[in-house]
Design a protein around this ligand. Structure first.
Ligand code: ASP
Length: 416
């Protein structure tokens, strides 16, 4: 196994703290020259965080491609691929359905939008979401280079599986060409480690950028909405995932959450499940003991289609806006929200704020005022960070469950 840098989690937390404090000092102080503030904001925080996120993104496509190809090409038992796919997709869809339902239940009990009056100002430009038709079609690329260039993960996963299968079937003719992919995969894992060792600086810049731009007022006007949403995100992360992990495995929950800390911090600071893929993959393989073949399929697919945190936000936002506009949703409509949130979370890109774009599809469906999205967007930055952490935690939980059920989870590594 490739060695990870020492004290990484501690240093990342430190980077986060320093970025937070420095960002806050710069945001709230008025004794510093404006030019200095601008300089730090642009050339330290913005530039530093963009470089770091670019480096993470740089790895995604080749990492997923090589790990999936090397995994599939070494499979001897093809039915297990079918089983893994079936289990993965059904767990992803059902955890997302649980997530929205939870959000809708808590939203209808505590009513975030009642008594809320705001002169809603419409956003400049309404974001456009992607429909189900395009989402399905996106799995089947007509040009793999284009799909890779656009980071279309489902297309990349689909092509990698096909390629891995073909490699598997031709190994006897190609002098075991698949071994080269194994080697390339190892090289890319090493690259991940090299880039992750800069994480403390990267996270410092990302958090600093966030605080210096908006300050610490995360609530703005929508206090109840923000509080309830954070509450549901925590319940889902710690209660729902604990329950399903306990239901399907006998793994230690403490170990799971402890080992997931780093991934959650990455997701929190980048607000992107996709940019977090390299870290999630590394953690589930090297620290949680999930077999490489399972991880390299479950994690990229999860980053793309499994967005429990996002679905929670969409459920709460729908209730919030409906209550605010005095619209009563019926039980049937609640069920429709669940279905729509599950479907749209599949089509939501794993990048910052993407969930608010697909929220438009849900609002439109129920004739809710689209202008209200302005309020949601005003408080979305921190919520996006939190829900992305939930999204990736869900991916890892499912990876552990699927691997465990196939006998492909190394408990020695998990418990180490
Ligand atoms: N930022 C989220 C993610 O990457 C998507 C969203 O909810 O906006 O998982």
């Amino acid at each position: 196994m490739i060695d990870a840098p020492k004290n990484l989690t501690r240093n990342i937390l430190l980077g986060m703290l320093v970025g937070f404090v420095l960002g806050a000092i710069l945001y709230y102080s008025n004794f510093l020259p404006l030019r200095l503030k601008e300089f730090i904001e642009i050339y330290v925080f913005n530039l530093g965080s963009s470089i770091f996120v670019n480096l993470l993104k740089l790895l995604i496509v080749p990492l997923v491609f090589f790990s999936l190809v090397s995994g599939i090409s070494s499979l001897t038992n093809m039915t297990s691929l079918g089983n893994i796919t079936l289990k993965t997709v059904s767990l992803y869809l059902s955890t997302t359905a649980i997530a929205v339902t939870l959000s809708l239940i808590i939203g209808s009990i505590f009513k975030p939008g009642s008594g809320y009056s705001s002169n809603i100002s419409p956003p400049d430009k309404l974001p456009q979401g992607q429909g189900i038709y395009e989402t399905i079609l996106d799995i089947f690329p007509s040009n793999i280079i284009e799909a890779m260039a656009n980071n279309q993960m489902l297309a990349v996963v689909f092509f990698s599986i096909l390629f891995g299968l073909a490699l598997n079937k031709t190994n006897h003719l190609t002098n075991n060409f698949s071994e080269s992919f194994e080697k390339l995969n190892t090289v890319f894992m090493q690259l991940v480690i090299m880039i992750i060792s800069f994480a403390p600086i990267g996270v410092f810049c990302l958090i600093g950028k966030f605080v210096i731009a908006d300050g610490l007022d995360i609530f703005q006007e929508a206090f109840k909405y923000v509080t309830l949403l954070i509450l549901v995100l925590f319940i889902h992360a710690f209660v729902t995932y604990s329950l399903i992990l306990k239901m399907f495995t006998n793994l230690s929950l403490f170990t799971f959450f402890k080992k997931m800390r780093e991934v959650a911090i990455f997701a929190f600071s980048t607000s992107s499940s996709a940019a977090t893929i390299p870290v999630t993959l590394k953690t589930v393989q090297d620290n949680l003991g999930v077999n490489k073949n399972v991880a390299s399929f479950v994690i990229p697919v999860g980053a793309t289609i499994n967005m429990d945190g996002t679905a929670i936000m969409q459920g709460m936002a729908t209730i919030f806006i409906a209550q605010m506009s005095g619209i009563d949703l019926s039980l049937i409509q609640y069920v429709q929200v669940v279905i729509l949130a599950v479907v749209t979370s599949i089509g939501t890109a794993a990048v910052p704020s993407a969930g608010t774009i697909t929220l438009v599809i849900i609002l439109q469906q129920f004739g809710l005022p689209l202008e209200a999205i302005g309020i949601i967007l005003a408080v979305d930055r921190i919520l996006d960070m939190l829900r992305t952490s939930v999204n990736v935690t869900g991916d890892a939980a499912v990876a552990c469950i699927v691997a465990n059920s196939e006998g492909l989870l190394d408990k020695n590594i998990y418990n180490k």
